[in-house]
Design a binder for this molecule. Sequence first.
Ligand SMILES: NC(=O)CC[C@H](N)C(=O)O
Length: 339
Amino acid sequence: RATDMQARQPQTSLPRVLVLATGGTISGKADTRSAIGYDAGAVTGEQLIAGVPGVEKLARLKVEQISNIASQNMNSQVWFHLAERIHEAFARNEADAVVITHGTDTMEETAFFLDIVTGDSRPVVLTGAMRPSTAISADGPANMYEAVKVATSPQARNRGVLVVLDDTIHAARWVSKTHTTALETFRSRNAGPVGMADPANVRFFTPPRAEIHLPLSQNHVLPRVEIIYAHADMDADQIDEAVKNGARGIVIAGMGDGNVSEEALSGLDRAVKAGVVVVRSSRVGDGFVNRNVEVDDDRHELVASLDLNPQKARILLQLLLADGRNAPTDIQKTFGRDY
Ligand SMILES: NC(=O)CC[C@H](N)C(=O)O
């Protein structure tokens, strides 16, 4: 009789996963514009789950639609909404893990934002797709299945926010979209992935890490931080303009090891004098931006982004400024992960 009961209620011991759907190609439908045209965010989270066979055997899923947008429209309002919902769900013990479906364009930014502000050992996993749900060989269902598989793995705890696509598990800090259309677009630059997943197994290559996080600003406003892309023949106009427009921070997507022209560097000096925090990152993609190599960061009072690409450096700087921290030496330490 006990066996009978268990057979009829097999799922009650399964972990509880809260799915927060935000949109993106994983929720996309083909349109008639062209062979590869589609509208991101046309399918709801509920419909998306219904198209993933077997996922109900991994977890008890509860789906909430946070937004339904292509992630080029992702914004800080949705970030705060996601962060607060995650805090609440864990604080009330509503879920053992969270899976977020998201467009791939800015997935690394949302993952990194949540990584900085979420201080919980329970897994938070982002996933998405490169092909819409109606395409031949859509990758969304497999990615969703593996994301839930990773989220419910006991080994996924204490790893910060993870990104799972194409059988690969990435940490939010390192992951970046590196190809416009390929399925294997996500790479963990410098570090490599933290693990691999397939429908049967989850394997991590790295040990869990200590939790570090910054508070979420109460008023839900992030200060203005501009990214300025450096190039040959660069003057300081965009930098001066950013300061005029009220930027509190500037991230330079510098050439090579985070370099800018002499003229641009003079513009950065003016920005720093005006109280703007300037971070040197790189447009290159791989490698670290080191302090005091070709640019004397100490003299110019600049921050080197180390491994953070411009879009992630921007988010960390915004959260620090929102927390009232604006001394370059202090900010430099946080970029080295010493929050
Ligand atoms: N593959 C994708 O998810 C890209 C679709 C869309 N640009 C987005 O980021 O939401």
